[in-house]
Design a protein around this ligand. Sequence first.
Ligand code: SF4
Ligand code: SF4
Length: 355
Amino acid sequence: MSRVAIYAASYADCQQAVRKAFEDFPLDVAGKRVLVKPNVLRRAEPEEGITTHPAVLQAVLRELEERGAGEIIVGDNPGGGGENREAFEASGLLAVAGRYYRNIGSDVREVPFSPRFGGKVVVSTAVLEADVVLSLPKLKTHGLTGLTCAIKNCYGYIPGRQKADLHVRAGNPYAFAEMLVDVFSIRVPDLYIVDAVLAMEGNGPVSRELRYVGRLLAARDGVALDRVVGEMMGIGYDMLRSVELAAERGLGVGDLDRIELLGDLQSLEGWRLPERFATEDPSALRAAMRTAHKRKLFLPKVDPARCSLCGNCVAECPAAALTMAEYPEVRPKACVTCYCCQELCPEKAIQLTEV
Ligand code: SF4
Ligand code: SF4
């Protein structure tokens, strides 16, 4: 039996909920080296709802200090070519992390990885050497995986352009979900505290559609946590390949009957899913996810009214599928539907369009 807790919280007052999480899920941190990993997808302001809110990090750090953590490191590997520190600064997390902040992408080590995805991968040493990993995901939808929470937050173990290269190796959303589980299994976190105060719906993980949910979630089992979040969003087990596979591998519990809930599991009424998950029935979705690389069901499209011509998407596309004409244009045959361009566009000018 696994447990998932759902607490009412706001950013102005989340200390109480964070304290309750530490009480409900006791963790021995005294004298230990603790890595705290928020979701710093890219450079973004806290109000954009893309990154973990600094108020949650602040409350977590206070608990760790009071509980006598030996060494605290706050770090993540944002996507794109931007500076690690700049992304933390923009998100408000640097100011809160203070002396605990570390650019964990500057100290890395190669570890064995699934031969299917290259046989080896470079991971931040801080992840490998932590006694305790405390993950702070942001509750959001995700065009490839349905949702991003516990399992997906671990993709930040990997620094630099490797993340984009792995997207290309995976080739379709189904394989991408499996590769995510491989990364998750490198170091399964010990505790999760999810920022679901201001959450994201629609075409996440970088969408303009934010919703005030007013919750923090906590668990020691990330698989159970993602399963519960899927239930809240209206994404069934059969559509959550990463959760299903992680459960099959014994990395956590995916069966709702074996998950004890502390607090109320409220479905998010009218929650908007990414188009792909909203428009297809589960069996069609599974088939489409396996072959999306060839079928290109959803391709990125630039909205000229929003595009600032910064060139970021063209520079970061791992498949060189974008060219700068009057505005960036996608070459459908080259695109591997990784949606890195959508994630990294600072203007949120890229939409996923059914073709
Ligand atoms: S990243 Fe966004 S704003 Fe920049 S060129 Fe691409 S579409 Fe335009
Ligand atoms: S165009 Fe966008 S979705 Fe297609 S491969 Fe490039 S970054 Fe990925």
